[in-house]
Design a protein around this ligand. Structure first.
Ligand code: SF4
Ligand code: SF4
Length: 89
């Protein structure tokens, strides 16, 4: 049976946005798309973006931030500390 990894986490409400992309710095290298195990980064034509509901699924691993050599991704841990709860892990 496959695990539906999108259901592995539930975010504590009220943590707000904690990832932003600066598209002017982005070089479209695709590293964030490749590294994110939750598949939250997308590319449309020549724009990279993170899905609208990323707050509900992000694992707060910071990998996208780490691999972005252009400093195009801003990442901070959510307000109040880590906001995910592992329900089945
Ligand atoms: S890793 Fe950074 S530069 Fe590369 S596509 Fe993602 S945001 Fe753009
Ligand atoms: S912090 Fe991790 S899970 Fe969240 S968007 Fe970045 S790579 Fe994906």
């Amino acid at each position: 049976m496959k695990i539906d990894h999108k259901k592995l986490v539930t975010r504590i409400p009220g943590t707000g946005d904690f990832i932003k992309i600066n598209n002017e710095k982005c070089t479209l290298c695709d590293r964030c798309l490749l590294i994110c195990v939750m598949n939250l980064w997308k590319k449309r034509e020549s724009t990279i973006y993170i899905v609208d509901d990323y707050v509900s699924h992000c694992l707060e691993c910071g990998a996208c931030y780490q691999v972005c050599e252009s400093d195009a991704i801003e990442f901070r841990f959510p307000a109040g500390g880590t906001g995910i709860v592992y329900e089945q892990g």
